[in-house]
Design a binder for this molecule. Structure first.
Ligand code: 13P
Length: 255
């Protein structure tokens, strides 16, 4: 079994590049101490990718978004080819904060996913519902997955990581609460069933699925074990070097 994957999504933080350097250096130190048995990725805001790349040697770094075209007249956008050129290995796409607040549509997410995979970026595709009425995983989760993967060839799925991130579980939301490991496990089954339908059983079994939403060191273990998640996408706790190092340590020991 592959190592767990722990990804820090710094969102639009911190406010100074010197703070980005210090945080990334401390995460690297934590990784060297505890994390050999886990894959760790930091996704800072675009302007700080360069400084993070100088602060880390063993852990990887990526971006929180990319565009679908390779180059040209697209003011303000950053292409997958440019991310590869600066050594980024991962990209987060389809995050609910972009879908809900910045108007990113399923079609845009699909174009971005295809471009990122075509350029060999490990692509972390976020899907998740805004509300949960009963215990069932809502259909919207499947719809987001199916539309994001339209036209994606099977052989490219080895670079895909699906992140199940229920919007109501994200720590910055009102009344946020983490999902339960049991329900996260149901999301894993749900996602694998859809991938089996779109591709085949083997592809579904090999797909990496991670969990996001209020992950902290004291709840991660349940998601990895009972929840059968293969890692986590971490927001707020990724900005605290001690907490994030704790998360790395738990993921390293859980395997
Ligand atoms: P929190 O870990 O702060 O809930 O954020 C989750 C998230 O949105 C990661 O992408």
């Amino acid at each position: 079994m592959s190592k767990y994957l722990i990804v820090a999504n710094w969102k639009m933080n911190p406010l100074r590049q010197s703070d980005a350097y210090v945080l990334a250096s401390r995460v690297e130190d934590g990784y060297l101490k505890f994390g050999k048995n886990v894959d760790v990725v930091i996704c800072p805001p675009f302007p700080y990718i360069a400084v993070v790349s100088t602060a880390v040697k063993k852990i990887k770094y990526g971006a929180q978004n990319t565009f679908w075209a390779e180059k040209g007249a697209y003011t303000g956008e950053v292409s997958p080819a440019q991310l590869r050129d600066i050594g980024a290995t991962h990209v987060i796409l389809g995050h609910s904060e972009r879908r809900i607040h910045l108007g990113e549509t399923d079609e845009m997410v699909n174009k971005k996913v295809r471009a990122a995979l075509d350029h060999g970026l490990s692509t972390i595709l976020c899907i998740g519902e805004s509300e949960r009425e009963d215990g069932e995983i809502p259909a919207i989760v499947g719809e987001e997955l199916v539309s994001a993967l339209a036209g994606v060839k099977k052989q490219l799925l080895k670079n895909l990581i699906v992140c199940y991130e229920p919007v109501w579980a994200i720590s910055t939301g009102k009344n946020a609460r983490p999902d339960t490991p049991d329900s996260a496990f149901r999301a894993v089954l749900f996602i694998r069933k859809i991938i089996t339908g779109l591709y085949d059983r083997k592809t579904a079994d090999l797909l990496r699925i991670i969990y996001g939403g209020s992950v902290r060191k004291d709840n991660l273990y349940g998601f990895l074990t009972e929840g059968k998640m293969q890692g986590a996408l971490v927001g707020g706790a990724g900005l605290d070097a001690d907490e994030f190092t704790g998360i790395i340590e738990i993921a390293s020991r859980a395997r």
